[in-house]
Design a protein around this ligand. Structure first.
Ligand code: PMP
Ligand code: GLU
Length: 401
């Protein structure tokens, strides 16, 4: 037999905790168990019909060829318009790029700026894929943790203390997955101020920009100053706000040298994103009045679900949760349950808790450790209201039973 081996790069890579839990829940469901799935952050809404119709039309018109690496002319225009409208920044046609979801955009941005010996600052709680994507470049993730008492928003001072001569980039993510925290404009400005005079890139993951509640407004750090504009790469996409996860559309805008580097990577890796997805995204990004109604209805539905979770939360003994201001998650702090005997066995940590909630209560949630916050679990509220109510009831019954 040939002695075949895999590179340590992949041997040391952790699986995505969100996608892994989703797969576990599906496996249990396939066995006939009624599982309430509150694990992956994936809208339960269908992609709005108006978008689907545009894609169908594009198929009929034979939009089935490679496009330019950045995207079709119409998508480039739509991205420029989007960044001007939402981020309040002007990007030329060479400063935008469409990618295979925001996920590949983050990976290519990191590959473009960091490598062995470098450091990238990540703010915890963080989205599960950031540290692994940093490690894949050979760089070291440096974690700055904000506590629940800080509403999961770090101070600029905390970030300043983490900076070293090796720091190449910082990833910002507001609205935040998993906590739902929305960084205020003031905090974002203070963070950007700390970076002035450094050679640190800002990778601003704004994928949840549409999902902000209670009258709060999304602001992009790229818009703050000439310095901020020159160091910030904005990453957004169609997955969350337009309920288009499967279409795989990431939308990127930023400084020319960095976008150029990512274009080169994309040339060699993916060529371009699916032409039909591009046609759909070029329409969606324009946010026509017809589509805006649907986007707003989805946002209001998430907000109502958030309110319901906060209400039902009161029935969960010794569990705390900060009211999410955006995105579609609730991050529940079960610290007081850690190390306790419950229903005949020890809840050693949040990973055991998530596994037991799945196997005993039949509710799929993701453990906090994967997000850099041990003792917590994340619930996705991108699930229907009945599912959310049933899931919360099952968790309550499991805890009090
Ligand atoms: N960033 C964050 C914070 C996310 O939660 C997700 C969800 N998958 C992504 C990026 C990637 O989104 P996608 O690749 O579907 O555009
Ligand atoms: N971003 C979503 C989540 O956090 C989808 C799954 C993933 O890509 O991680 O659940």
């Amino acid at each position: 037999m040939a002695n075949l081996s895999l590179h340590p790069r992949v041997l040391q890579l952790s699986p995505s905790a969100t996608l892994q839990m989703q797969a576990k829940a599906k496996a249990l469901k396939d066995q006939g168990v009624s599982v309430v799935v509150l694990s992956a952050g994936e809208p339960d809404f269908e992609t709005p019909k108006v978008i689907v119709e545009v894609a169908k039309l594009a198929l009929d018109k034979g939009v089935s060829r490679y496009t330019a690496v950045r995207g079709s002319d119409e998508l480039i225009k739509a991205m420029q318009l989007k960044f001007k409208r939402d981020q309040k920044v002007h990007y030329g046609p060479l400063q935008v790029l469409s990618t295979v979801g925001a996920k590949s955009a983050i990976a290519m941005a990191l590959e473009s700026v960091a490598g062995p010996g470098d450091e990238v600052i990540i703010l915890a709680p963080f989205w599960v894929s950031y540290p692994e994507q940093v490690r894949l470049t050979g760089a070291k993730p440096v974690i700055v943790s904000a506590s629940q008492k800080q509403n999961y928003v770090p101070t600029a001072e905390m970030i300043k203390s983490a900076i070293t001569p090796r720091t190449k980039a910082i990833i910002l993510n507001s609205p935040n997955n998993p906590t739902g925290a929305v960084f205020s404009e003031q905090v974002l400005r203070e963070i950007m101020e700390v970076l002035v005079g450094t050679s640190i890139w800002v990778i601003s993951d704004e994928i949840y920009e549409h999902l902000v509640f209670d009258g709060e407004k999304h602001v992009s750090p790229a818009s703050f100053s000439a310095d901020a504009y020159a160091r910030t790469l904005v990453i957004s996409g169609a997955s969350k706000g337009y309920a288009m996860t499967g279409w795989r559309v990431g939308v990127v805008g930023g400084p020319l040298p960095l976008v150029d580097a990512m274009v080169k990577l994309q040339q060699q890796r993916y060529s371009c994103i699916a032409s039909i997805s591009q046609a759909a995204a070029a329409y969606a990004l324009q946010e026509t009045p017809e589509l805006c109604v649907e986007i707003e209805n989805m946002r209001l539905a998430y907000q109502a679900r958030r309110d319901e979770v906060m209400h039902l939360m009161k029935e969960l003994p010794h569990v705390k949760c900060i009211k999410p201001k955006g995105a579609f998650y609730a991050f529940l702090d079960f610290s007081e349950w850690m190390g306790k005997m419950h229903r005949g066995s020890l809840i050693e940590n949040d990973e055991i808790l998530a596994l037991r909630l799945l196997s005993e209560a039949h509710v799929a949630v993701v453990s906090g450790t994967a997000f850099g916050a041990p003792g917590c679990v994340r619930l996705s509220i991108a699930s229907s209201m009945p599912d959310i109510r049933e899931g919360m009831k099952r968790i309550q019954n499991w805890l009090v039973g």
